[in-house]
Write a protein that binds this ligand. Structure first.
Ligand code: PLP
Length: 453
């Protein structure tokens, strides 16, 4: 156990020196901070010895649990060789092995692996590749992008530019290049007032209008396949992704799929695009790539895109992009071990009964007075809380309803993080049904307690 004085010191220093992401620090410093000391499997333990289920997968990236022996060993083994060397010039063994492995598990034709270190950079890279691809082909006017409302692709200037969450992006609008936002297929609050059982994917019509009118100027469309995560866990109706791909092909626009969250099993298949047999031009992956161990991201491009960057040294076709920790050997060694675990432990196959179990259990939430919508995509679920179920009236922002539910859950040993008034369920993929039950019981009771106050 940690010494009491040291614990107090940590709390003081946390408030004095740390600026937490996406956190109103004025509120944060009024509370006792939760400081994690260690983890094991799906559990995390704080400095006071209290244990929590990691229901947020340490920001949606943990797959095989914490302190997984195989991944730990792979990192330690690599550490005995070298921790970091650059890919700017030389190569390294784990980066090569992993690139080959990723090309093997990717949909056909996606063979060129470009490393970076987080989801935002993977998407920045994708935008730059798409933009330059057209330039290299002699098409100079394709300088714009299409993205979805409520879409989220990261926090760098470039990725905020293609982001559709006003709360995060609006302050920076003056810095942006031209992006067309198409309506999101947010069925619970359909922008066209339709019902998803009879709408015939009306939202694709508007997307088609946008693509058609701007085809000459649009380099690529970027979207999160099947589920728009940070925008509210908006699950797409069946056929939407396939429809987008057909439209992009029709109007000669590249398709970039941001699988930063959906990659590596979250949706029930290795990659979300496999659900609709869609093969995009570029895929970005990060979070689950090495089981959620360390910063690593990949932008995977089709050979055709890569080939346009080939040319004489003096032709300036080089892709002028690279980060210091690109292809870091420790991160790549962890990723190789994680992918091996998928194969050895049949992670994808074992997900099916868990996904069904989650589906059944979620039905019990329907009766709660303030649960407006329940959405699920694989082992991801979201519960949208509303002030009034009949009118779908949202809770006012100031009520911090999601935060209050999550604080209540924390008291009972569950760590989750809301998206505004939406409660997110995103456990590590190795969670067992009994643990899922415990997690859902805590969420159910926390919603009841907080919304009945
Ligand atoms: N893309 C998607 C779909 C995400 O969910 C996220 C993060 O939540 C990102 C990109 C950004 O990733 P990072 O936080 O690693 O920059």
């Amino acid at each position: 156990m940690l010494d009491e004085n040291y614990k107090k010191q940590l709390e003081t220093w946390d408030k004095a020196y740390l600026w937490h992401p996406f956190t109103q620090m004025q509120d944060y410093i009024k509370e006792t901070p939760l400081i994690i000391k260690e983890g094991n499997g799906i559990y995390l333990k704080d400095i006071n010895g209290k244990e929590y289920i990691d229901g947020v997968s340490s920001m949606w990236c943990n797959i095989h649990g914490h302190r997984n022996k195989e991944i730990d060993d792979a990192i330690k083994k690599q550490l005995d060789k070298v921790a970091h060397t650059t890919l700017l010039g030389p190569s390294n063994i784990p980066a090569i092995e992993l690139a080959r492995k990723i090309a093997e598990i990717m949909p056909q034709g996606l063979n060129k692996i470009f490393y970076s270190d987080n989801g935002s950079t993977a998407n920045e890279v994708a935008l730059k590749m798409a933009f330059q691809y057209w330039r290299h082909k002699g098409v100079k006017n394709k300088t714009q992008f299409v993205a979805l409302q409520y879409g989220y692709h990261g926090d760098t200037i470039g990725t905020m530019n293609i982001g559709g969450i006003e709360l995060f992006c609006n302050a920076f609008r003056p810095l942006y290049f031209k992006t067309h936002l198409a309506p999101a297929p947010y069925c619970y609050r359909c922008p066209f007032g339709k019902d998803k059982n009879s709408c015939m994917l009306r939202c694709l019509e508007t997307l088609e209008t946008i693509l058609k009118e701007n085809a000459e100027h649009v380099a690529a469309m970027i979207m999160e396949p099947l589920i728009q995560a940070a925008g509210g866990m908006i699950t797409h109706p069946e056929g939407y992704l396939g429809g987008v791909q057909s439209l992009c092909k029709k109007y000669n626009i590249l398709l970039i799929l941001d699988e930063v969250l959906t990659g590596f099993g979250r949706t029930g298949k290795m990659f979300a695009c496999l659900h609709e047999n869609v093969i995009p031009d570029i895929i970005t992956i990060s979070k689950g790539i090495n089981g959620g161990y360390m910063p690593l991201a990949v932008t995977v491009a089709k050979d055709e895109i890569y080939n346009t960057f080939l040319g004489e040294y003096s032709s300036f076709k080089t892709f002028f992009h690279g980060h210091t920790y690109t292809g870091n050997p420790l991160g790549c060694a962890a990723a190789l071990a994680s992918i091996q675990l998928f194969e050895k432990n049949l992670i994808i196959e074992n997900l099916k009964p868990k996904i069904s179990h989650l589906h059944e259990r979620l039905k019990t939430f329907e009766s709660l007075e303030h649960v407006g919508d329940i959405r699920q995509c694989g082992l991801i679920a979201a519960i949208e809380l509303v002030k009034d179920k009949t009118t779908k009236e949202a809770y006012p922002f100031e009520e911090r309803i999601g935060i209050r539910v999550c604080f209540e859950a924390r008291k009972h040993g569950l760590l989750i993080r809301p998206l505004g008034h939406i409660i997110v369920i995103m456990p590590p993929l190795i969670i067992k049904n009994e643990e899922l039950d415990r997690m859902l019981d805590i969420i159910y009771n926390s919603i009841k307690t907080v919304t009945n106050k």
